[in-house]
Design a protein around this ligand. Structure first.
Ligand code: 5GP
Ligand code: MG
Length: 177
């Protein structure tokens, strides 16, 4: 049985701040893609809570295609050895793709994804990231919409996991190293 880490978590971003920032991001994306064909591409599993809340606030007509990648060497660091796990169908080539990710850390996952999705010939590829951890970046990646820039801490909650658990915590918390 996994230890309950809830009481050890410190709040980094509370629910109210998440809600209001997501509202702003949705407004910006809705303006930028007004009357354009959009496919929203949430990256499973971490982005799911963010993607759903964002999607509900978008004033656009769009479809959603989920992509699942495996990138983890261990719980704290991306391995850089990335594969697509699900049978991602892409969508027609006449769409603007918006990748929705929970967090950009080294940048390896987002860089891989952007390259991978190019083969579907979308009209454009944009990235919408809830959390940006720039201190640990190894690969340069374009982040078009960023919720919050955060320090180098291991964060849990609002989709982000600890040993694949605790994604349902309704704030972004962190564990002291
Ligand atoms: P990157 O490829 O940019 O190094 O890592 C991206 C992925 O690593 C994220 O999608 C996420 O799954 C995981 N990750 C990076 N930092 C954290 C973190 O602080 N907490 C959790 N739970 N996952 C993280
Ligand atoms: Mg992820």
């Amino acid at each position: 049985m996994l230890k309950d880490i809830t009481s050890e978590l410190k709040v980094l971003i509370d629910k109210q701040k998440l809600d209001s920032r997501i509202h702003e991001l949705a407004k910006q994306i809705s303006t930028d893609f007004k009357n354009k064909p959009v496919t929203l591409i949430p990256v499973l599993k971490g982005s799911i809570f963010f993607a759903v809340d964002l999607a509900k606030e978008l004033d656009l007509i769009f479809d959603m295609e989920f992509i699942e990648i495996s990138s983890y060497g261990n719980d704290y660091q991306s391995s850089g050895n990335i594969t697509v796990k699900n049978d991602f169908q892409g969508s027609s080539s006449d769409k603007h793709f918006i990748i929705v990710e929970d967090i950009v850390d080294t940048g390896c996952s987002l860089s891989f994804l952007t390259q991978y999705l190019k083969k579907f010939n979308p009209l454009s590829i944009s990235t919408c990231i809830l959390l940006d951890k720039p201190e640990r970046r190894k690969v340069n990646v374009a982040t078009n919409y960023v919720g919050f820039t955060i320090p180098d801490k291991f964060v849990v909650g609002y989709g982000l996991d600890y040993c694949n658990h605790f994604r349902n915590i309704n704030y972004v918390g962190y564990l002291e190293n």
